[in-house]
Design a protein around this ligand. Structure first.
Ligand code: GCB
Length: 593
C-alpha cells in the first residue's frame, strides 16, 4: 500500500515531465534515408586514426603525397552487423574500427536532417564531411546528431570511429558472460524533419486509470506556442493542446479503450501532429501495478510465464538485428507458451520490442549494469543513468514493456546499493507507470534447506528478480525438492534465472553433466520447487537459445558458447524445451488462457 502511494505521488511528477533525452521519435512514417549496407572499414588496433585524421578521408593529391590509410582500398563491413562474425580475424578483436560511408544527398529547403544510429558498441565518434558531429557511449542505446548545416548538396561522407574496448569504468565493465560484439550493430538512418518538429511524445493511460489518457508532446525548434493535436480515430479521440515556451504540452483526456494484454494485443493507430509535422504510431494501452505479492495487469493478477534471451542471431552467429531475427526468436518464445520475455542484459533492438507489442509479450527490459562495475565513479553512474534515459526515450510508448531492470547480479556492498538507489529513483522519475526490478543472486542460507532473499537492494525495487542456479552452480537438481525459499519483503518475486548447460544432441545419464538429460532433470526439479516459492509472480529461465561467450571455453562442449539454451543456435529444441513448454501449457490451462 505504502508503495502504491509513493508510486502515485511520483506518477503525478513524471507525467508532467518533459522528454528526458534528445532522441528523436524514429517512428515508421518519418521521411528517412537508409545508410545501411557496405561501409569501408579500417581496423585500427593502435588507434592511429584520430591523430592521422581518418575522419577527413583524405586521398593523395600527387604522386609524392604520403597518406598512410585508405578507406577506398580497405574491405567493407556490413551495417548493421557486428564486425566479429563478418571477418574471421575479428572474432576476438577489441579496439577501434573506422567506418566510412559515402552517399549522395539532395538538400531540401526548410528541412532539418538528423543522422540516427540504432546502436553501436561501445563508444562512437561521428564525423560528417570531416566535421565532428558528436560522441556517444553505450553499446545498446540509440542516438542521433543534427547534420543539417554539415550536409552538402551532392556528395557526402560519414565517418564513424567505433571502439569496443572494455573499460573498468564502463557499463558494462570488464567482465560479462556474453560476447563483446563490436561495430555498428543496428540501422543507420538520415531522418528529414521540418524546422519545428515533434521530437517526442508519450501517449498512455493516466497512472492508475483505465479510462483516461495522459502524456506529453515535446517539440524541437518551435519559436512560439504551437498547437498540437493527438488523434486516436478508432476511439473517436481528437484533442488539441498548446505548447509552452519550452515547446512542451501536457494533456489529459477521457478515453474508452480496449485494453492491451498478451491474449489481446490491441494496438491503436495514434497520430500526433503539429504544424507541418505528423507522426503515426501504433500504441497499446494497459496498466501494470503491484499489489502485495501480485503483479496486476489491467487490474488483474498475472503470472509471468517467461524465458530470458540474449540478442543473439538464430542460425548464424553474431548480434541479431533484423525483423526476421526478431520473428524467429520471439516466435520460439511464443511456441514455449510464454506471455513474458526477459530481454537480458541490455536494451535490445526496437524490432523486438515492437514485435512484442504486436504479438502480445510482456517485456522485462534491462540496462547493462552487470556484475561488478565502478560503483564509486560519478561518471559511471552518469553513464548508467544516460543509458536508462535513452532506453526509456526509445520505448516509453510500448505497451509490452512493463519492467525496467536496473541491474543484474550485482555484489552486495554499500556503494552498490547507493548507486542502484539512484538508478531506481531515475527510473521512477522518468516513468511512474512501469515497475522497477533487478535480478539478484545473493541469498542467505537460513538453514540447510532454506534460503532467504534479503539483499538490501530489495527495499528499493517494486519486483524482486531472483537468479538461483540450484542444481548447476550449487547443490544437485534433487535438492530442489526440499528447498524452501523466503523473502525479506512482501513483494512479487520473479525467478529471473535458473538453468544448466547442454549442447544439443549430447545424450547420456541424467546425472551426467552437459547432457540434455541432465538439463531436463534440472528443469523438472526446478519447476516443482519454483511453484512453492512464496510471492512467486513469474519466471524467466536461462536461456532461450545458446549464445556466444568468451568465458565458456570447454572444448567439444562449449567452444566459446554458453550452452544453457533450451534451443541450440541452429534452432534445435532440447529436451528441457519440451518440459518447460508442457509446464507452461498447464499453467495456461489453469489460468483459463
Ligand atoms: C547468470 C548471469 C548470466 C549468465 C548465467 C550463466 O547468473 O546473469 O548472464 O550467462 O548466469 O550461464 O552462468
Amino acid at each position: 500500500m505504502k508503495n502504491c502511494l509513493l508510486v502515485l505521488l511520483l506518477a503525478t511528477c513524471a507525467q508532467a515531465a518533459t522528454s528526458p533525452s534528445s532522441l528523436i521519435a524514429n517512428v515508421p512514417g518519418r521521411t528517412t534515408v537508409s545508410l545501411n549496407g557496405a561501409w569501408h572499414a579500417i581496423v585500427d588496433p593502435y588507434d592511429n586514426g584520430g591523430g592521422s585524421g581518418f575522419f577527413r578521408d583524405e586521398k593523395p593529391r600527387s604522386n609524392s603525397d604520403r597518406i598512410e590509410y585508405s578507406f577506398d582500398l580497405s574491405p567493407v563491413l556490413n551495417v548493421p552487423g557486428d564486425w566479429n562474425t563478418q571477418r574471421e580475424q575479428l572474432m576476438f578483436y577489441e579496439g577501434p574500427v573506422w567506418y566510412r560511408r559515402q552517399f549522395i544527398y539532395h538538400k531540401r529547403p526548410n528541412t532539418r536532417v538528423f543522422v540516427y544510429f540504432g546502436a553501436a558498441n561501445y563508444t562512437s565518434t561521428v564525423y560528417l564531411n570531416g566535421e565532428k558531429l558528436g560522441d556517444h557511449e553505450g553499446g545498446f542505446t540509440a542516438f542521433n546528431f543534427e547534420a543539417t548545416s554539415t550536409l552538402r548538396d551532392g556528395d557526402n561522407f560519414l565517418v564513424v570511429e567505433v571502439n569496443n574496448t572494455r573499460r573498468a569504468d564502463g557499463v558494462p565493465a570488464l567482465r560479462t558472460d556474453w560476447w563483446n560484439y563490436g561495430g555498428i550493430t543496428r540501422d543507420v538512418t538520415l531522418i528529414e524533419l521540418p524546422a519545428a518538429f515533434i521530437q517526442d511524445y508519450w501517449v498512455q493511460l493516466a497512472h492508475g486509470s483505465q479510462n483516461e489518457v495522459a502524456g506529453w508532446v515535446q517539440l524541437d525548434g518551435a519559436q512560439s506556442a504551437q498547437q498540437v493535436t493527438i488523434e486516436i480515430p478508432e476511439a473517436h479521440i481528437r484533442e488539441s493542446v498548446t505548447t509552452d515556451a519550452a515547446g512542451q504540452a501536457n494533456f489529459h483526456f477521457p478515453a474508452r479503450l480496449d485494453l492491451w494484454s498478451p491474449e489481446h494485443p490491441k494496438l491503436y493507430d495514434v497520430t500526433v501532429s503539429s504544424g507541418s509535422d505528423i507522426v503515426h504510431d501504433q500504441i497499446g494501452f494497459r496498466t501494470i501495478q503491484v499489489q502485495g505479492a501480485n503483479i496486476l495487469l489491467n487490474g488483474k493478477p498475472v503470472f509471468l510465464r517467461g524465458v530470458s534471451m540474449h540478442e543473439e542471431a538464430p542460425f548464424r552467429e553474431g548480434r541479431a538485428f533484423s525483423p526476421e531475427d526478431a520473428q524467429t526468436l520471439l516466435g520460439w518464445v511464443k511456441e514455449l507458451g510464454c506471455n513474458f520475455v526477459r530481454l537480458a542484459h541490455y536494451p535490445h533492438n526496437e524490432n523486438e520490442i515492437r514485435l512484442a507489442d504486436r504479438i502480445g509479450l510482456l517485456v522485462w527490459s534491462e540496462i547493462p549494469v552487470y556484475w561488478d562495475i565502478d560503483w564509486q565513479n560519478a561518471a559511471t553512474l552518469a553513464n548508467a543513468q544516460a543509458q536508462l534515459r535513452d532506453e526509456f526515450a526509445r520505448d516509453h510508448n510500448r505497451a509490452a514493456v512493463i519492467l525496467w531492470s536496473i541491474a543484474n547480479e550485482t555484489p552486495v556492498k554499500p556503494e552498490r546499493v547507493q548507486f542502484l538507489k539512484q538508478l531506481a529513483q531515475e527510473a521512477r522519475e522518468l516513468d511512474s507507470t512501469r515497475l522497477v526490478t533487478s535480478a539478484m543472486d545473493r541469498v542467505d542460507q537460513t538453514s540447510v534447506d532454506v534460503r532467504t532473499l534479503s539483499d538490501p537492494l530489495g527495499e528499493v525495487l517494486d519486483v524482486l528478480g531472483l537468479n538461483e542456479y540450484l542444481g548447476w552452480y550449487w547443490g544437485r537438481p534433487e535438492d530442489a525438492d526440499r528447498m524452501q525459499w523466503k523473502s525479506a519483503w512482501n513483494k512479487p518475486i520473479i525467478v529471473s534465472e535458473f538453468g544448466g548447460g547442454a549442447p544439443f544432441g549430447l545424450h547420456g545419464d541424467a546425472d551426467q553433466r552437459w547432457t540434455e538429460e541432465y538439463q531436463d532433470r534440472l528443469f523438472q526439479h526446478q519447476l516443482g520447487m519454483i511453484q512453492r516459492i512464496p510471492n512467486l509472480a513469474g519466471m524467466a529461465p536461462w536461456v532461450l537459445m545458446d549464445f556466444r561467450s568468451p568465458a565458456r571455453m570447454l572444448p567439444g562442449i562449449q567452444d566459446y558458447h554458453n550452452r544453457k539454451g533450451l534451443i541450440s543456435n541452429r534452432g534445435q529444441r532440447k529436451l528441457a524445451f519440451y518440459t518447460l513448454q508442457k509446464f507452461y501449457k498447464k499453467k495456461m490451462m489453469e489460468a483459463g488462457k
